[in-house]
Structure formats: structure tokens, C-alpha cells
Write a protein that binds this ligand. Structure first.
Ligand SMILES: NC(=O)c1ccc[n+]([C@@H]2O[C@H](COP(=O)([O-])OP(=O)(O)OC[C@H]3O[C@@H](n4cnc5c(N)ncnc54)[C@H](O)[C@@H]3O)[C@@H](O)[C@H]2O)c1
Length: 315
């Protein structure tokens, strides 16, 4: 029998998980399993989405929605969005105590039921949660990947496009480093619009404004909506799922364990990664300007501190 990829989303009763499911269904990426500690919202999201198919022309009448971790068995890709989202004014760092416990428990299930899966972590504080996932599952770094750079880069590209008055499709720009307002590193030195450096389109002041808007992108939305955003996070995460299940070899900014790249060993930071059926198949180094290198070093220090807090929680 021809097998479609099995994609499990944990925390799927919530906003980000449901958004990942929505984009995944529209792209017909595979069989979806929606898991949540509260099974009813997961079932509700699945049913709602299924009924959208009547108009949107996708056929996904076979879904699983459950609170049972056994449903992870045979999953090719697992997306973890379980956890508590940020409240207005709350930092990602403040979330660590709550979400580390949740992520730890789920990762024990992932290891038990789906030891061959590629795990994409979305729960915040992101880089520390990727560390927790890697520690608990013991998976190789190729199969424990954090989703955050895709969102931060989408925001960076969007603000650049808005400032320059161009199509976002022609903006190539990445955000690396940590997934926190203070320590993400939007890479201006290699940002391009249609292969032309962004400095040809925007003044230094405008670029600084774009960088600031990007850094506070999450807080802006949390302030407006009252909880963290979900559509763009879901779209970016789904892009990662697609790159893996379709073996696309896309180069996307993802958080992984550094194993000597950028001169760093054992810390988790957002870097350009090749995503294929193997997961994070390769990590690429980029040249940073002096200011970006200083910001990168600050991000490394901040993430190392968070990782140490998480290590303490893991015991
Ligand atoms: N990395 C990113 O780019 C990014 C972007 C947005 C949100 N987030 C993070 O994603 C997470 C989810 O955000 P949200 O807005 O969807 O929150 P939400 O509250 O809408 O959904 C979270 C879901 O997780 C479920 N859950 C909690 N504990 C669980 C467990 N042990 N097992 C299974 N399910 C469990 C909850 O029942 C809930 O349905 C948060 O940590 C948030 O900060 C990350």
C-alpha cells in the first residue's frame, strides 16, 4: 500500500497547532494526527478544518484527534506546539518553568512511540525547548529542529518589503540567533531585494526601524491580539514540514544544536539549515558584520543561560 506521510501535531487544540494543521491540509502534505491534552479542542479543530474542505477542495475526511500519545506511532514528522503561550508583557524567558515540564513529558512519549520521527519544536522559549527535546529524546541533531527563524524572517522580510514598497516575494533576508525580542539577529549585511542589497533601497535610519519592528514583532502582535500570533507561525512551521516530507532541500533558518559551526559547540541557535527528508541535513555558516557578530555573541550568551536553567529543571 502506498503510504502518505504521517504528520502528528501535539498541542493541536491550540492556535499555532491548528494553524499548522490548516496549512498542511491545504498543501495536502499527508495524514494528520491532532493530539492535545484536551481531546475535545483537538477534535473540534479537526472537524472544523475537515468541513472547510467542502469549499476549499481538499479531501481530508480521515483525521485522528486524540489525547492518546500512542497515536504518535509511525509518525514521520511531529510538530510540538504544546505549552502555554505568552501573555502581554510576559517574556519568553518567563515561560521556561512551565513549558519545560510540558515539553519533557511529551518528548518521553515521542521517544517511546516515534523513535524515527523528525521532531519540530515550536513551544517557547524556543531555543531552550529545542535543547530540552534533544536531551530527552536523545535524537541526533538532524531530527530535533526548532521553528522560530522562519517566523522572525517572515516578519523581517515583510517589514523590509513594506518600507521599500516592493513585493515581499523578492526580499531575501534571514533572522538568526536567539528567538527572543532582545537577542534575535536580523542579518542586514546579506539582505537582498531582487539580488540588490537592501541598502540601495533603504536609508540606514529606515533599516534600523525595520530591524526594531522585526525584533518587537511578536510583542506587537501579542499586544494587539492578547495572545501570541498563530497564522504566520503556523505557515512558517508548515513550510518546514513540507520541506521534510517532500524532501525539498530548502534552506531555512532553524534552531539546531551547533556542533562546531560558527565556532560554537553544544548551544542551540537559529542558523541556515538545509531541510530534507533527513531533517536538518546540513548547517551553513554565513559571514556576519561586526555589529551582527556582537549581537550573535550576545544571543549565544543569553541562550546558554536559558539552556542552563532548562538543564536545572530537567535534573
Ligand atoms: N516558535 C515560534 O515561532 C512560536 C510562535 C508562536 C507561538 N509559539 C509558542 O507555541 C506554543 C503554543 O502557542 P499557542 O498560541 O498555540 O497556545 P494555545 O494555548 O492556543 O495552545 C497550546 C495547546 O497546548 C495544549 N497542551 C498543553 N499541555 C499539553 C500536553 N502536555 N500535551 C498535549 N497538549 C498540551 C493545550 O491544551 C493547548 O491546546 C506556546 O509555547 C507559544 O509561546 C511559538
Amino acid at each position: 500500500m502506498i503510504k502518505r506521510p504521517k504528520i502528528a501535531i501535539i498541542g493541536a487544540g491550540g492556535n499555532v497547532g491548528a494553524a499548522v494543521a490548516q496549512w498542511a491540509v491545504l498543501k495536502e502534505l499527508g495524514e494528520l494526527v491532532l493530539i492535545d491534552i484536551k481531546p475535545q479542542p483537538a477534535e473540534g479543530r479537526a472537524l472544523d478544518l475537515t468541513q472547510a474542505g467542502a469549499w476549499e477542495g481538499f479531501n481530508n475526511t480521515r483525521f485522528v484527534a486524540t489525547d492518546k500519545p500512542e497515536a504518535l506511532a509511525g509518525a514521520d514528522v511531529i510538530v510540538m506546539t504544546a505549552g502555554v503561550p505568552r501573555k502581554p508583557g510576559q517574556s519568553r524567558e518567563e515561560l521556561i518553568g512551565i513549558n519545560a515540564g510540558i515539553v519533557k513529558g511529551i518528548c518521553q512519549d515521542v521517544k517511546k512511540y516515534a523513535p524515527e520521527a523528525v521532531l519540530i519544536v515550536v513551544s517557547n522559549p524556543l531555543d531552550a525547548m529545542v535543547f530540552v527535546a534533544k536531551q530527552v529524546t536523545g535524537f541526533p541533531r538532524e531530527r530535533v529542529i526548532g521553528s522560530a527563524g522562519v517566523l522572525d524572517s517572515a516578519r523581517f522580510r515583510t517589514y523590509l518589503a513594506m518600507a521599500a514598497g516592493v513585493s515581499v516575494e523578492d526580499v531575501q533576508a534571514m533572522v538568526l540567533g536567539a528567538h527572543t525580542d532582545k537577542d534575535m539577529v536580523p542579518i542586514v549585511s546579506s539582505a537582498m531585494i531582487g539580488n540588490v542589497p537592501v541598502t540601495k533601497f533603504l536609508s540606514a535610519e529606515k533599516i534600523t526601524e525595520v530591524v526594531e519592528n522585526t525584533k518587537k514583532g511578536g510583542a506587537t502582535l501579542t499586544g494587539l491580539i492578547g495572545t501570541s500570533a498563530w497564522l504566520a507561525p503556523g505557515a512558517g512551521t508548515c513550510l518546514m514540514v513540507e520541506a521534510i516530507v517532500r524532501d525539498q532541500g530548502r534552506i531555512l533558518p532553524c534552531s539546531v544544536e551547533l556542533q562546531g559551526e560558527f565556532g560554537v559547540k553544544g548551544a542551540f541557535l537559529g542558523v541556515p539549515v538545509k531541510l530534507s527528508a533527513k531533517g536538518a541535513e546540513a548547517v551553513y555558516e554565513v559571514e556576519l558584520s561586526a555589529a551582527e557578530k556582537a549581537a550573535w555573541d550576545k544571543a549565544l550568551a543569553a541562550n546558554t543561560e536559558l539552556m542552563n536553567i532548562a538543564r536545572g529543571i530537567l535534573g
